[in-house]
Design a protein around this ligand. Structure first.
Ligand code: APR
Length: 240
């Protein structure tokens, strides 16, 4: 029987918080059965980052890249939001000021009912044209024989790839939320990728920062408290 996770004063801090920022990574979606990037069986353990998640890789082999994103899109549709995703949506409902900045592109926070969601690394719900920035839904696998757009450009996933800048409005909103937060939860991220991970550092936020992760991460030394547990072992207990 798993011993109860010691939440300490986290419930009281949550109740007293005037402004909350939550930063999530693929670890919370592992609760829904999706692979993480760097963990055991992670996507970057079995795929080549530079070939699949970079503009150069896309230019070199767009069909390979779309094949991979088609697989990921179908995997997202095959799973449901976890108890952890649902708990965050409930915490938001009870909070005065709540922002959820996610590095995930799987839409699980939105499907769980979260409202104020900043998708830092894009989302796998749309494709965009490399030339004219036109958008189109990406609900079903994209036809690999129809990747060209009428304007002469190509459809690409609406994802921020390595070496690309995050959407300026989304990033600005995330850093503004970090600046006004007095409580921050960092859930299911290795903290390896910036600028997302910077949100949790004291240079950016004066919040009391709590990490929820079964493992130590690049952020552990920077946070005020690190709870060594899975998201679903903690978040449902924080919902009043
Ligand atoms: N609950 C909480 N945390 C978990 C769980 C769980 N059930 N399972 C795994 N984790 C943790 C792992 O310990 C790890 O620290 O989730 C983290 C996942 O880390 P990564 O695989 O590096 O994923 P992430 O931090 O989201 O990667 C950030 O890197 O590849 C890019 O753009 C991609 O958004 C991604 C970014």
């Amino acid at each position: 029987m798993q011993e109860a996770v010691q939440l300490g004063d986290l419930e009281d801090r949550l109740d007293a918080a005037r402004s909350i920022l939550v930063l999530t990574g693929s670890g919370i979606s592992a609760e829904s059965g999706l692979p993480t990037f760097r963990g055991v069986g992670g996507l970057w353990r079995t795929h080549r980052v530079e070939e699949l998640a970079s503009a150069a890789g896309f230019e070199r082999d767009p069909v390979l890249v779309w094949t991979w994103y088609n697989e990921r899109r179908l995997a997202h549709r095959a799973v449901e939001p976890s108890a952890a995703h649902v708990a965050l949506a409930k915490i938001e409902q009870n909070a005065a000021d709540f922002t959820l900045a996610t590095q995930n592109v799987d839409s699980l926070h939105l499907r769980a009912g979260s409202r104020n969601v900043l998708e830092l690394h894009g989302k796998l719900r749309e494709a965009k044209c490399t030339r004219c920035d036109a958008r189109r839904p990406f609900d079903d696998a994209l036809d690999l024989n129809a990747l060209e757009h009428a304007c002469g450009g190509m459809w690409r996933p609406d994802i921020v790839w390595f070496g690309e800048t995050l959407p300026a409005d989304v990033l600005e909103a995330a850093f503004e939320a970090a600046g006004r937060a007095d409580l921050m939860l960092v859930i299911g991220t290795s903290g390896m990728v910036r600028p997302a991970a910077s949100l949790a550092t004291k240079a950016v936020t004066q919040a009391y920062v709590v990490e929820i992760n079964p493992e130590e991460t690049a952020l552990t030394a920077h946070v005020d408290r690190s709870i060594r547990a899975r998201a679903s072992d903690v978040l449902p207990h924080l919902v009043t």
